[in-house]
Ligand binder design. Structure first.
Ligand code: GLA
Length: 727
């Protein structure tokens, strides 16, 4: 039993394989958080401390007891109205205009299996794999009920949190803040690890001590954004990759979010993650319910590598779905950096032909095939094939490409529209914009109002009509701007629009998943602008960044690896000089970096020399040999490429029998000292053979001192070594 309710001390205890989480209903019916950390037993309410604190108020019914204050006690879901002045998870504006609530315990339920959330992505697990705890709280005055949802996946060391807010009163209320996860620590000093960035340079790692200043990350862009990733890690100061306590919180949502971390007046740390309260004021009529998007939690007492592995396994096995969840993804060639908007059916076919000769398995036709679309100023919204440009029908092009033995994939951007499009001329009122005001343009495009069902239905139908023209095996779903002017002509409650937009997006994606179960979906938003656990529920891979430069990718993929598995990371070999940076790196290096994700190419094969084509054939053979290990193995960061000369990482099979080590030198100097890369995760006391040189090494020495990288002249050299345990 992973969830236990103990009547005597009114505690709920959630156990996973290595962790324990505990909360308690106290004598006043408040739900207090007691513990989250390494596995333990017993009741931890001895940790609570009661003291008379000046300016920390007391709930009315504690009477004259000035030592009881929710401003100081750790809570499961802090709300406005309790006398807690710290950052809160729940704020409700009631019918009478007041913001005060008083949520007290009412009931609970323990169920087998993992709860699901209508219309929203959620971790899934069977009755054997997971349990659900529901804790019902009620505000007696407004009759608003909150059902806290906890999902426990013991094997994965995962706990999820969500909530349903029900308006059981008789007036309309507004949710002003609704976040699923709060973690309160009574003691300790922590660092916050967060991942910030920009277009073409996403998920840069930052580690900062949590002090008496709120550290806030988030997005008000309508997408989860390039600028901050909705995933945060808390670690003790001493925690490193291999040792120490740390916690991860990953938000399964692709829109506006907020993460907050701060110490309170007593040095206690509070961290919140969930929906942003900015641009948010969600109406609930009587009898209506609101599902609060889910947060995934995990804890590791063994450092950051294990923490990331917990998240990786959860996302791979309990979030991603469909045929490609476990399947090896086809090696693809994408037309974008090969020819941008300048192509026709014949040039795509020729690209596919060259790709087929090299062993590529799928041709993806990127932006430019629809409407009037020869640059990024027109055509979005017109989801019909530009047969004049292609010089043939889509069906005929797909058949010709299939004739080469290749699968065919296509790019779409359903959420946006250009003013220069037929659709805009017909439905100028379908965009997000405020009547009487000009909307903000970005990439010269506007955003369709996906909070409106008729808009979603229309685009869905048009896109399906295209997808049904031939055997399409892959869709790249793009979104190339941030939302603005979040005003919908369909509602008077504009504070609901950005969330309803995300629900519309998820509805569309779900329908695509249901209708085309064999199609591989890749998410994208100008690269990694919507790289989150919510999207992974629909698209098992996401184009990691528009930056394909192998050296920049070391940092981007390093940051990404903290929260997301390699199987989610879209990664391609592109041309040199690189189109984003102008940097020249060896073809081998570009492949080694791209192989740590869903491997593919994105360049004009016609401009390659013969020896490069031979190299590509070899790379594809190599990738296919390692793909299982890369997509499903345990991932170890061996260095920090932001700080060290070498970027190095490793995939280890779960049983420890196979290891793939990758390393890229970022600098070269005269008379170079030797670089040793210390390996991780090997079976101790064993021998491992490197399969290229056939050299045999002792595992403990590989982990203690490392393997020396061969000395090679030239910039940005990459090394890949494949080891097998000697049985
Ligand atoms: C975005 C994507 C690119 C490419 C272009 C096409 O920037 O991230 O990979 O598809 O759009 O316009």
């Amino acid at each position: 039993m992973s969830i236990v309710f103990t009547e005597k001390d009114k505690t709920f205890t959630l156990h996973t394989k290595d962790t324990t989480y505990q909360m308690k209903v106290d004598e006043y019916g408040y739900l207090l958080h007691l513990y989250y950390g390494r596995k333990t037993n017993g009741c931890m309410d001895y940790l609570l401390h009661y003291a008379d604190r000046g300016f920390s108020g007391n709930p009315y019914d504690v009477g004259m007891d000035r030592t009881y204050s929710l401003d100081a006690l750790p809570q499961e879901l802090p709300f406005q109205g309790s006398g807690d002045y710290r950052s809160l998870a729940i704020v409700i504006r009631h019918t009478d205009g007041s913001y005060e609530s008083d949520f007290r315990y009412k009931d609970y339920q323990i169920l087998d299996g993992k709860y699901q959330i209508p219309g929203l992505p959620a971790v899934y697990g069977t009755q054997e794999e997971a349990q659900t705890l529901k804790v019902i709280l009620e505000d007696p005055v407004s009759k608003v009920q909150i059902t806290l949802l906890y999902g426990v996946l013991p094997e994965q060391n995962i706990i999820t949190r969500s909530a349903v807010i029900q308006n059981l009163g008789d007036g309309k209320i507004y949710l002003e803040k609704a976040q699923a996860a709060c973690l309160d620590w009574l003691s300790g000093d922590y660092d916050l690890l967060s991942f910030h960035g920009r277009h073409a340079m996403e998920r840069n790692y930052q580690r900062m001590e949590i002090k008496h200043t709120a550290q806030i990350i988030g997005s008000r862009r309508g997408t989860s954004s390039h600028q901050y990733n909705p995933m945060m890690i808390l670690a003790e100061h001493e925690t490193n990759e291999d040792a120490g306590s740390c916690y991860a919180m990953s938000f399964m949502y692709s829109g506006n979010f907020k993460g907050e971390a701060a110490k309170d007046q007593f040095g206690q740390t509070r961290v919140l993650l969930g929906l942003s309260d900015e641009l948010f004021s969600y109406p609930l009529e009587p009898k209506e319910s609101f599902y609060v998007p889910e947060v995934i939690l995990t804890y590791s007492s063994m450092g950051l590598a294990r923490l990331s592995q917990n998240l990786h396994q959860c996302l791979r096995r309990h979030v991603c779905r469909g045929k490609y969840r476990d399947g090896i993804r086809p090696v693809l060639l994408n037309s974008w950096e090969a020819s941008y908007f300048e192509f026709n059916g014949e040039s795509i076919y020729q690209l596919a032909k060259q790709a087929a000769d090299l062993g590529v398995e799928m041709l993806v036709m990127d932006d430019g095939w629809f409407g009037k679309r020869d640059d990024d100023n027109s055509g979005l919204g017109d989801w019909f094939v530009n047969e004049e440009k292609l010089g043939e029908s889509l069906g005929s092009l797909i058949e010709r490409i299939r004739g080469l033995g290749l699968k065919f994939g296509i790019w779409i951007e359903p959420e946006c529209i250009n003013e220069d499009s037929q659709l805009y001329r017909e439905h100028p009122d379908w965009i997000l914009s405020v009547p009487g005001r000009n909307p903000v343009r970005a990439r010269n495009q506007l955003v369709l109002d996906f909070s409106r069902k008729e808009v979603v239905d229309y685009i869905f139908e048009k896109i399906c009509a295209v997808l049904d023209q031939g055997k399409i095996k892959y869709i790249k779903w793009d979104m190339n701007r941030s939302l603005s002017d979040c005003f919908s002509r369909q509602t008077v409650d504009q504070g609901r629009v950005s969330h309803d937009y995300v629900l519309g997006l998820y509805d569309f994606l779900e329908r695509i998943c249901q209708r085309y179960p064999d199609v591989l979906l890749e998410g994208c938003s100008g690269g990694g602008g919507r790289f989150d656990a919510g999207m992974l529920y629909y698209t098992p891979q996401i184009w990691c960044s528009d930056n394909t430069d192998a050296i920049d990718r070391l940092q981007i993929q390093y940051g990404t690896s903290f929260g997301y598995p390699a199987s989610a990371v879209g990664s391609h070999v592109s041309a040199v000089p690189n189109h984003q940076t102008g940097r020249v790196t060896p073809l081998r290096t570009r492949a080694v970096v791209a192989m740590s994700g869903t491997f593919g190419y994105e360049l004009n094969l016609g401009s390659l020399m013969d020896f490069e084509k031979e190299q590509i054939k070899e790379q594809i053979r190599e990738y296919k040999q390692y793909a299982g290990l890369i997509l499903d193995g345990l991932y170890y960061r061996l260095t920090n490429p932001n700080k060290e000369l070498v970027g190095a990482w490793e995939f280890v099979s779960e049983d420890g029998s196979e290891v793939l080590l990758s390393a890229v030198m970022q600098e070269i100097h005269g008379n170079m000292p030797v670089t040793y890369v210390r390996m991780k995760g090997l079976s101790s006391g064993c021998l491992y053979q490197e399969m290229d040189t056939k050299k045999v090494y002792a595992s403990d020495a590989l982990m203690e001192v490392g393997v020396p990288l061969p000395e090679q002249m030239g910039e940005y050299r990459a090394y890949q070594m494949y080891f097998r345990r000697v049985e």
